[in-house]
Design a protein around this ligand. Structure first.
Ligand SMILES: [Zn+2]
Length: 294
């Protein structure tokens, strides 16, 4: 097992800004947010001190994690502060970052930041992964794209020749509910990703054979804003993880959901033996039937 760390930049930085307010565009003060969300206060890319901070953090990260890949996020970074920040606007001028019909100059400022960190990591023999938002600017050239807002970003990235990890939220977000009858489920962030939906994912759909080679695999995401215990982690993961594993290692023409559920009974026996807190899959079938009746 290789652990790949993610340090999200230049957004999702509120905790860092609370500690080092001078690295934000407004100078703060900032507070660590006790709730999840997307925040307008992001790292000031015009401030060389912020860039130095990122480079120092990355130096420590590669020291700790030997993984070939380092995930540097790139998602959910609003441009509003950069638009009004003299330092960021000065960076846009000195780097000659230009808007075009698809990108604002601030989109390009994000790309500048991502590319600079990518170059640093490449120079240390590492590759970056970024969320599909990195396609909104000039994508860092060797970046592997993680497609989370559906599969569209992953398809586009594969067509551009980037490697891709498919983790579309409508199939692979295991923090989403497993039933539409949410009253009988532990409180979750929302959504609905039942077992059969996970199993139905085709990560190379609508790609040519050549483009499909860029799909490295799939990934489940389990964000834990609403998951306080490891027992609940097990409940959200099992048995959806078994379905996703089969998506990865089974040829498309051999996938058969009914056959999978038959074999799942054996796997459930192992979950029971090991005392794991799985979700009863045959309850799942009842959920599907209920859905069809609607
Ligand atoms: Zn700024």
């Amino acid at each position: 097992i290789t652990v790949i760390p993610e340090v999200d930049l230049p957004g999702h930085m509120l905790a860092a800004l609370a500690a080092y307010p001078e690295m934000g565009c407004t100078g703060g003060p900032y507070e660590v947010c006790p709730r999840w969300g997307v925040f307008e206060d992001v790292l000031c890319i015009g401030n060389e001190k912020s860039m130095q901070f990122l480079e120092d953090v990355m130096a420590e990260i590669i020291d700790i994690f030997p993984s070939k890949y380092i995930h540097i996020g790139g998602d959910e970074a609003p441009r509003t502060r950069w638009e009004k920040c003299p330092k960021c606007q000065a960076r846009i001028r000195t780097e000659k970052l230009k808007a075009d019909k698809n990108h604002t100059a601030e989109d390009r400022l994000q790309s500048y930041c991502m590319t600079r960190i990518e170059k640093l990591l490449n120079s240390k023999g590492r590759q970056i992964i970024g969320w599909d938002e990195i396609l909104e600017g000039d994508v860092a050239p060797n970046a592997t794209v993680m497609s989370w807002r559906g599969s569209a970003g992953g398809i586009k990235a594969a067509q551009l020749g980037h490697d891709v990890i498919m983790t579309p939220n409508d199939y692979c977000y295991f923090d989403y509910y497993q039933s539409e009858d949410t009253r009988h489920e532990p409180f979750a962030i929302g959504g609905f990703v039942p077992l059969e939906k996970v199993y139905s994912l085709n990560p190379t759909a609508s790609l040519t054979e050549e483009q499909a080679k860029h799909i490295l695999g799939t990934q489940a995401n389990l964000w834990t804003e609403y998951i306080p215990t490891s027992e609940q982690v097990e409940y959200m993961v099992l048995p959806r993880m078994a379905a996703l594993a089969e998506v990865q290692w089974t040829q498309l023409e051999k996938k058969d959901y009914t056959n999978f559920t038959t074999r799942l009974a054996g796997l459930i026996g192992l979950y029971r033996r090991d005392g794991l807190n799985y979700r009863e899959p045959f309850r799942q079938q009842a959920d599907s039937t209920a859905t069809e009746k609607k």
